[in-house]
Design a binder for this molecule. Structure first.
Ligand code: ATP
Length: 199
C-alpha cells in the first residue's frame, strides 16, 4: 500500500499552493474537497440520499445540486451536516482507496480542509498542517473568492482551531512571511528518508 500523507489547514491557509509544490516534485494529490463536490452531482447513492434528506428541490431542474440551498441548510444545522457527511465520506474514502491503488510514487497526498474533523487523518501515515495567521487568511480569501470579511470569518468559525490541530499533526508548514519551497523540500526529503528506512 502506498504511503499516505494528509495535508490540511484552515480556509485560505495555503493548502492548494503547497500541494502544487508537491505536484512539481512528482507527488500525486487527491483533492478530497473537490471529489466530495463532484459526488454531489455524479454519485447515484449520494444523490438519492440527499433527495431523501432534503427533497427533490435540493437539485435544480438540470439535475445539478443547488449548492446555495445545501450550504444554507448545513451551515447552521450540525445534524444535517453530519447526515450529509455520513453519505459522502464513505464514498470519498472508497474513491480515495481505489485512486491510491493506481499510484506509483513513493508517497501520495490527500488534501482536505477537514482532515482532522472527519477522521480521515486516521487513514494517513503522516499528517501535515498548514498554519497561517488569521489576518493573512482573511485577506487572501476575500481576494480569491470576492467575499467580504464577515463571510470569511463565518466560514472560519466552523473550522477546528489551529491550536487543537497542531497537537494532532506530525508536521507543520508555516505560510505567513516564510518561503514555502524550502519547507516543502525539507518535508519531502524527510518523507523519502522515512520511506527508505522502512523498505
Ligand atoms: P481553501 O481551504 O479555502 O481551499 P487553501 O488552504 O487551499 O484554501 P489556497 O487556495 O492555497 O488556500 O490559498 C488561498 C489564496 O491565497 C490563494 O489565492 C493563494 O494564491 C493565496 N496565497 C496562499 N499563500 C500565499 C502566500 N504565501 N502569499 C501570497 N498569496 C498566497
Amino acid at each position: 500500500m502506498v504511503f499516505k500523507v494528509g495535508i490540511t489547514g484552515g480556509i485560505g491557509s495555503g493548502k492548494t499552493v503547497i500541494c502544487n509544490i508537491f505536484r512539481c516534485l512528482g507527488i500525486p494529490v487527491f483533492e478530497a474537497d473537490l471529489e466530495t463536490k463532484k459526488l454531489l452531482d455524479e454519485d447515484k447513492s449520494v444523490k438519492e440520499g440527499l433527495i431523501r434528506l432534503f427533497g427533490q428541490g435540493i437539485y435544480m431542474p438540470n439535475n445539478v445540486i443547488d449548492r446555495k440551498k445545501l450550504a444554507s441548510i448545513i451551515f447552521n444545522d450540525e445534524v444535517a451536516l453530519q447526515k450529509v457527511n455520513n453519505l459522502t465520506h464513505p464514498v470519498v474514502r472508497e474513491k480515495f482507496e481505489s485512486w491510491c491503488m493506481l499510484q506509483h510514487s513513493p508517497y501520495i497526498i490527500h488534501e482536505a480542509a477537514i482532515l482532522m474533523e472527519s477522521g480521515f487523518s486516521k487513514l494517513m501515515d503522516h499528517t501535515i498542517l498548514v498554519v497561517s495567521n488569521t489576518e493573512d487568511r482573511i485577506q487572501r480569501v476575500m481576494k480569491r473568492d470576492n467575499v467580504n470579511r464577515e463571510q470569511v470569518l463565518e466560514r472560519m468559525s466552523k473550522q477546528m482551531d489551529d491550536t487543537k490541530k497542531i497537537k494532532l499533526a506530525d508536521t507543520v508548514i508555516y505560510n505567513n512571511q516564510e518561503i514555502l519551497i524550502p519547507q516543502v523540500l525539507n518535508i519531502h526529503q524527510n518523507l523519502i528518508s522515512i520511506l527508505n528506512k522502512k523498505n
